[in-house]
Every structure is written in structure tokens, then in C-alpha cells.
Design a protein around this ligand. Structure first.
Ligand SMILES: [Zn+2]
Length: 339
């Protein structure tokens, strides 16, 4: 059963940033390839469908009190679906059943993704006082939908499933024009260090802490992305590897060996990066000088945003990682001008 629980003591972290980060990922406790829970429909339940390419997102909203309208919720569903489709070149599965469950409080409050024979199923809680602005800035639904685009692997590799969702979600939203690139890089610089090994670490396959699962997995993705770009002179990136995996049939409906999946990703880019990096990180601490990497990529923290240094040696790679083949979109409506 692919459910990882993390101790509630994490919620008591003294730094607000850590608290927010815990909330950011703890809501997603993924239970892949489990039977989809059945529930009787409520008389007041609302259902709608969003068609995207050859795929369908079948949305049901359970009865309950919500400040936002069904139209607002469907707009949110479109933003997340489009972000994932832009990143992967298509929506990952033929059909996903999305169940929106009203809950007390504010904001999107936790989701779960399940595999199903014809696609997938997502259950996500939305607080009763959630506003349209909350939905516009939400990351969680996109995170859940990214899970649809990778096969289920053994429990010891859960870090790759969460790492991909954690790393890809903001990039996908930037590429679809739903997040500002400076915000994306600011958050990566702020948060990625939480994936670094701590004393006693035994590698990603053997260290099942919250930090190593979500951000350690994201660190693997980031390092792979940089290395693929380096070895291909920015012609290929992690997006090509992940699209190759998806297009080989590797979505949430399949159970696969991780090494087989990574081999397919390497074949898609034509360079051997994912498997060798996995060998380095799977069973031992693999330390990384992140400040040096931010400097090379030309990303500096500036208050609560990031500043780009275009004279940095890897500034071109930074843009290639951010946008891939997608033209840089206009900033999202209402976003402040960035330096
Ligand atoms: Zn997740």
C-alpha cells in the first residue's frame, strides 16, 4: 500500500517556511493502484466534464458549502489539466475521475491520486471559504495530476513518484502561464535544500523521511534535468525523458521496475543520465553544492522572489529548463512585475 505517513511533529517546526512546506506536500498522501473507493452519490452532487485532447476529466463536486461556484472549480480544473498537458504534450490518461470534497477552512486541503483500469482517480478537499484567488495560486491539483503520468514503482522508490510531482508541478504551471518563472525559481532555491542528505542517510531508496521523499526526489529530478541539458547542449531535458516514459505506456495504470523506467527515459534523450544518477543516489548520501548551482544558473534570492542573472554561465540552460520548447508565456493576470 503506497501510503507514507509523516509524523505530526513536523507541523511544530518553528520556522513558518517549514510549516508551509510541510502543508504543501503532506496533503498528498498517494495511494497508487488501489481500488477506487466507492461512495454513493449525493442528491446535491454536481458533475461536469472537461475534455482535453482525447482525454476527459470527469468532475464531481460533493454536496457541501463552498464560497466558489462550480464554474470557478471547473476553471481551476482546466488550469491544472492544461498545465500537465502542456508539460507532457498531452493529458496523461484517457480518463480521470476527479472528486471535489468540500471541507471546513480555507484553501485546497489535501489530495490523493489512485490508479484505475481506464485511467485514474483523484480526491481533493476544498475549504468552504476558499476564494477564486486561492484556486488560481493552487499547486495541489497539478501535483496530483502529474502523478498520473508515471508508472507505479515499488514502495522503496516512492521518492521518485513524489519527487517528479514536486519538481514538475511549478514548471508545468509556468509553461502554461499560470505561475511566474521568478516565483518558481524562488521556491526551488528556498526549498530544494530540504532534499539534501542528513547525517546517517542511506540513500533515496533507504531513507524514507519526508524531506528525502518529496524534496530528495525533487533533487534527483533537478540534477537529472541539469545534466541532460549539459550533455545535449540544451537540446533535451527531463521533460523529454518523462514524455518518453509516458509515451511508452508508463502511466499510473502500469506497475514497473524503476530501472526499466529510467532506461526508457535515457533512451528518449539519447544520453545516459537517469540510470547513472540513480546508481549514485539510491543507497548512499550524495551531497550537492546547491548554492554553487544557483550561481551557475544565475538565480539569486531577492526578498520573496528571485532575480535572474543573465550573464551567469548557465543562464541559457535556466531558461531551457523553465520553458522547454514552450514559448515563454505572458505573466499570469494580476501578478506583480518582477525585477
Ligand atoms: Zn504526491
Amino acid at each position: 500500500m503506497k501510503v507514507l505517513a509523516f509524523p505530526d511533529s513536523r507541523r511544530n517546526a518553528t520556522r513558518r517556511m517549514h510549516f508551509l512546506n510541510y502543508i504543501r506536500v503532506a496533503g498528498c498522501v498517494c495511494a497508487l493502484l488501489l481500488p477506487v473507493p466507492q461512495k454513493n452519490s449525493s442528491a446535491d452532487e454536481v458533475t461536469s466534464t472537461y475534455s482535453i485532447g482525447n482525454s476527459r476529466v470527469a468532475v464531481s463536486v460533493e454536496a457541501g458549502t463552498l464560497r466558489v461556484s462550480t464554474e470557478d472549480l471547473m476553471q481551476w480544473v482546466r488550469w491544472a489539466s492544461d498545465s500537465v498537458a502542456v508539460y507532457y504534450g498531452r493529458f496523461p490518461v484517457p480518463i480521470v475521475r476527479l472528486r471535489i470534497i468540500p471541507a471546513p477552512g480555507n484553501g485546497v486541503r489535501g489530495g490523493r491520486t489512485f490508479g484505475a483500469s481506464d485511467g485514474g482517480s483523484i480526491r481533493i478537499h476544498v475549504g468552504s471559504s476558499t476564494t477564486m484567488a486561492d484556486l488560481q495560486s493552487d499547486w495541489m491539483l497539478t501535483h496530483e495530476m502529474v502523478h498520473l503520468a508515471f508508472p507505479s514503482v515499488a514502495d522503496q522508490h516512492h521518492w521518485i513518484e513524489e519527487g517528479i510531482s514536486t519538481y514538475i508541478e511549478p514548471i508545468a504551471r509556468v509553461r502554461a502561464g499560470h505561475m511566474d518563472a521568478h516565483e518558481m525559481w524562488f521556491e526551488l532555491v528556498r526549498d530544494l535544500h530540504q532534499g539534501l542528505p542528513e547525517p546517517g542517510d542511506e540513500g533515496l531508496d533507504n531513507t524514507h523521511t519526508w524531506g528525502r521523499t518529496y524534496w530528495g526526489g525533487a533533487l534527483f529530478c533537478f540534477l537529472a534535468d541539469v545534466e541532460i541539458h549539459k550533455q545535449t547542449n540544451d537540446r533535451k531535458g527531463l521533460d523529454d525523458a518523462l514524455r518518453g516514459i509516458l509515451n511508452s505506456g508508463g502511466d499510473i495504470r502500469r506497475e514497473e521496475e524503476l530501472t526499466d523506467v529510467l532506461r526508457i527515459g535515457d533512451q528518449a534523450t539519447g544520453v545516459s543520465v537517469l540510470l547513472p544518477l540513480y546508481e549514485k543516489m539510491k543507497d548512499k548520501p550524495y551531497d550537492v553544492d546547491l548554492p554553487a548551482m544557483w550561481k551557475e544558473l544565475g538565480v539569486e534570492r531577492a526578498g520573496d522572489t528571485a532575480r535572474f542573472v543573465d550573464s551567469a554561465p548557465l543562464a541559457k540552460m535556466r531558461d531551457a529548463i523553465t520553458y522547454g520548447d514552450t514559448p515563454a508565456p505572458m505573466p499570469p493576470p494580476g501578478s506583480a512585475a518582477r525585477p
